[in-house]
Design a protein around this ligand. Sequence first.
Ligand code: ZN
Length: 313
Amino acid sequence: MKKLRRLSVIMLLVCSVFMTGCDASQIVEVIGKIAQGVQQAMPAIKNVVDTFSNIFGNDNNNNNNNAAVNNANNNNQQNTEANNNSQANVVTVDPNAEDVTGNTGNNANKSTESVEEIIRGAQIAVPYGQVGTENTTAAAAQIKAKYGITMLDGKSWKDEWNSATADKWTQQQLAQFAAIMEKLPAGFRGCTKGFAMQKDLRDNDGNEAGGLGGDPIMISSKAVVEEGWTSMASLVVHEMTHQVQAKQPDVLRQWAAKFWPNGKLAKSSITDYGNTDAGEDMAECVAEYFTNPEKMRQHDPERYDFIKNNIWK
Ligand SMILES: [Zn+2]
């Protein structure tokens, strides 16, 4: 659902460029007129003017600006979201990367996404400086040197879809993280380049999220420490699987063709959340493969073999 909004806004931008001959100020003016026209139906669209100004004034944040702009052209968006959006001109993380691992909240509004949309969502990246500060302790430096993964202490941020407050890696968490990395196959591990530690990760409906996919991956310290929600291992491997989807999209395409023929789930995933779409299905199953391989094998030998042969290497 969210990715469709992006496309429509990109089309709006393209149309504007044709109409104005690529003059940035004119584009903004045209967008402003468009915004006025639909303002009654969508109050938040006012922000599109500011957002386009930001785009042309700062080309460093294309992902983020796209995310912000998406908002303004979304007719399906709920009123609560639109209201929140009116205060969100600064966007730090693309909502398409949203992930609610282990979230028991309401997913009813999430429509099934196409495989290509899932891939594009997984490929979202933001400048690390926007969402965190590199952790330079010896443990983090060792993780970076050994596995090529930058460890970030998170910054507080909010966009129109998600928010988080800052948190820092503890030495215990870094040690636990390093132990997990050591057990992962190099190809799988190599798809991930950054991790940021946050807390109170929330989606726009106020639901807590265990992690947000994309680069860098963001994980919630609350999810890591709270028993009964999810372990660091399953959370980390789940999110890293989304980076596999970003870097090796054919693997997800094959997974979807096999287990989601015609976009329909053929056999239940290992968790309810895995039934959301092919991307979450794969992420949940790979996490289970890592933390409880025998349970995964018994649940579905086909998925187990697929992971073993195509992902876990
Ligand atoms: Zn996920």
